[in-house]
Design a protein around this ligand. Sequence first.
Ligand SMILES: Cc1ncc(C[n+]2csc(CCOP(=O)(O)OP(=O)(O)O)c2C)c(N)n1
Ligand SMILES: [Mg+2]
Length: 560
Amino acid sequence: MSDYLCDMSTTDHISADRLIRTWVACGLTHAVVSPGSRNAPLVLALASHPSLEIVVALDERSAAHVALGMGLQSGRPAVVVSTSGTAAVNHGPAIAEAFYQEVPLISVTADRPSEKRDWGLGQSAMQNGLFEAHTRWSCEVPEHQNDVNTLDEIARTAWRKSQRGPVHINLSLDEPLYGKSKIEVPVLASAPSVPHVTQAEQMPEGLQDIVCQHDPRILVHLGSVALGPSLAKEIDQLIDRCGVIADVFGANGSGAESSTMRWMCGWNEQASNQWMPDAVITVGLPPMDKRFRSLIVDWNIPHWHLGWDENEWNMFGTKAGEWRIDAATGLQELAAALPAFNGYAQRWEVRRIQLEAADSRSRNQDWVDFNVYRWLAEHLTKADRIHFANSTSARYAQWFQWNATNLRANRGVAGIDGCLSTAVGDALMNPEVPVVAISGDAAWLYDANGLHVHPRPENLKIIVINNGGGNIFRWLKGPEESGLLERFFETGFAENMRGTAEQLALPYFVANGWDSMEEGFQSWANNSGPCLLEIQTPGEASANHIGDHCAAMGALLRDA
Ligand SMILES: Cc1ncc(C[n+]2csc(CCOP(=O)(O)OP(=O)(O)O)c2C)c(N)n1
Ligand SMILES: [Mg+2]
């Protein structure tokens, strides 16, 4: 980027102005601000850049998730700015999520001058180092820090470190907060370049030894991958060469099995012995399904993780090493190193075909969540991106083929607290493509604040599956056995979402059976702006159905 000149009037707080201007020079295009006074200098500084898209979000928890959503597709950080006190603390959930998903994000929290922090003033909290555990880098900038070189260095470091996840800057700002000055000086001789250049590694030796064996038994698990395009092409190259399970949040559209839950239908000890590989290679986030993870733990086989990720998880307790390489390139190299025909891979392919046959033979037309998601997968043809909220939505997503370029879910920490806001950020960052958010009722109620934003994304549509609370708690044995399922776990909070939709001025459509589904969906699909389709389903029947369906598939597979 060439020299950057700013001749608008900006804040007279040099630190706020300088940080923002350096980030603009680095390539900042989007910022999210929440109302407050302490952060006014940052807001004035942002507003002095006409090229910036600035979104105002009421709720800081949503604001930070919106910024996370903006970083998803672009791989560039958005800056999210809050005032002091609990406002700042509310950036926490999105920071934790961005940390584990490794999504770029810059959080700037305004603070009181350090000498006044223990005066017991209103709206103050311990903000210094607040997010240290979940940031790639954090920094305290005192109110008297006016040295432009130091500020440039801080801004550049933040920008560079944020390529791998969130950074946090706690910026002290003293009153008066609303003063302006006109600045007409060149900001930077040249914009800082912050490429992340690291040498890709060769395949680790121990893994090479296994790959080079006669007919190796290798299992690749691709989990959720937040950034970049779908890895479907790379996964498809592996299907004939090893066993592959590929999460739709990493490789939507691949021919590999995506649901570990489906893959384990009818599972027993004999199957476990039969399918045990010599090594497991993971890419992206860990498997979603606890049962599948336990299976790999029980297998007790060497595990390599492929990718640049910083998390370095020992997912199964048998970590043999990391293969530090770009995920797409690593998968291609793995495919090239494996023989073109592999007996173990063939058995996987046979199993996948059997699974599909058993799955379709076990289906019926009951009005339950499983069939609703299936119907949506078949009918949602105009979405470029689909965001699934956590809980059963993210799990049903794995069962079906979705007609979209990318599927997303906040699988870093798997919270229900920012799923919609993340989709809002993605939609705002990419106004030219249709974005759909599919959420459970609790996740929707939790995060509807994500729509208290200006401007609102015109390209986002929402579907809420209202099954009367957290249906996932009916998938587990514990809540039911405790006798406390409905009161403390499932806890449905709203009969319907009409009121929430009205409050948010969202056109509202509802379906509560197959008769109303077609019409509700078409009205929703034909509505030109943001709107909500609520699909009301029976919770108990939906939970029973998925259990029965897996059992029916299991019986068919055992007979196969
Ligand atoms: C912030 C946060 N709080 C609590 C949880 C635990 N939790 C997981 S799923 C869930 C219920 C989700 O219900 P809903 O959105 O209706 O989805 P469903 O299970 O019905 O698909 C809860 C409370 C969580 N994941 N994140
Ligand atoms: Mg629900």
